[in-house]
Design a protein around this ligand. Structure first.
Ligand code: NCD
Length: 337
């Protein structure tokens, strides 16, 4: 695809070569993301950041990524702080905000809303999550993490064995990740969820139609026995009609150190898009895994900055200029990454 000036709305716009291009640019962002070098390549550029659903890492890492490239961030959070609360349409908001920004990232609770917003925008728009539909930048950072975790044992994304666990019906991160995996070959996917929260049929079909092996299950322990990655997810309580309904599913699949030791292969990597629900009745990933070296959840969050920097650099077409606008940092930085 042509990145310069494009919206990033769905992972379905990518071919395998596009994903590889994003990852190779992400690799080149490491000195800046790891605060050894500073670049001012986006000096004067403005990111419009609009998050109409709760967010910590997606919002802050998109903003940090833009700052690390030298740009500035203007932020709106919550409908109550926006003219949408006064009845303004997505069309009008997009026309207005795109006059104030060079690129926009948006999260919204309605499926398809970011695409509608992008159609009216005069600048590129990135989907930071639209309802339970898609979360393209998260899927890219997850796959980038999978690639780097697999590389440690001489493997690649092809022939990956992965179990996705939890709320596969409403979890937009696993929807986007499955669609991205369709671009690779020979992947085995075990989908572990309560019957009511199964992966949408069209995504399962897409995996099968691209030659991958899919197994659906509602039993955690046997499903995680022969996989390279366990990708756990939170019950998406905000998509249920009541907390009581969400309570039916919370805590159903809990991974802790003892279950890991008894069931997983020694190198199985544990992932989660975060936030993990650490309340007693949930705990899909127990705190007692925190010292497990195969827990990759904070490597995922660190990688999110690299991948989002890469997306900005590609969309604003500055990849070749990044290093020309750089210098070493002034401060002491050893040992953080
Ligand atoms: C995810 C999301 O918002 O879809 N969080 C994130 O962006 N890392 C997952 C979740 O909220 O459960």
């Amino acid at each position: 695809m042509q990145f310069a000036g494009s919206h990033i709305l769905s992972v379905q716009q990518f071919e395998r070569g596009d994903v590889e291009r994003i990852f190779s640019v992400a690799d080149r962002m490491a000195p800046y993301a790891h605060r050894r070098r500073i670049t001012k390549v986006l000096d004067g550029a403005i990111l419009g950041s609009m998050f109409f659903e709760p967010s910590t890492r997606t919002r802050v890492s998109f903003g940090s990524a833009f700052n690390l490239l030298g740009g500035e961030v203007r932020e709106t959070t919550g409908f109550e702080n926006s003219a949408i609360a006064k009845g303004e349409s997505l069309y009008d908001t997009a026309r207005v905000l795109s006059g104030y920004s060079d690129v926009i990232v948006m999260r919204h609770p309605a499926e398809g809303s970011v695409r509608e917003f992008a159609a009216a925008s005069r600048v590129p728009v990135m989907n930071g999550g639209d309802g339970s539909n898609e979360h393209p930048s998260q899927a890219l950072l997850d796959l980038y993490t999978i690639q780097s975790e697999m590389a440690a044992s001489g493997r690649s994304i092809d022939q990956l064995r992965i179990a996705m666990v939890g709320d596969l019906r409403y979890g937009r991160t696993v929807h986007s990740l499955c669609k991205l995996l369709c671009l690779f070959s020979g992947v085995q996917v075990v989908l572990v969820s309560p019957r009511e929260l199964r992966m949408p049929a069209e995504i399962v079909e897409a995996l099968c139609n691209t030659g991958h092996q899919v197994l659906e299950s509602d039993a955690l322990e046997e499903s995680i026995a022969h996989v390279d990655i366990v990708y756990s997810t939170r019950i998406q309580e905000e998509r249920f009609s009541s907390q009581e309904e969400a309570d039916l599913y919370r805590g159903r699949f809990r991974l802790n150190q003892s279950i890991y030791t008894h069931n997983c292969e020694p190198n199985t990597v544990i992932m989660h898009p975060l936030p993990r629900d650490s309340r007693d009745h949930a705990r899909e990933l127990d705190d007692d895994l925190n010292d497990n070296p195969n827990l990759a959840i904070f490597r995922q969050t660190d990688n999110g900055v690299l991948v989002r920097m890469a997306l900005f650099a590609l969309i604003l077409d500055v990849v070749k200029q990044v290093d020309a606008h750089a210098r070493d940092v002034n401060w002491y930085t050893a040992g953080r990454f």
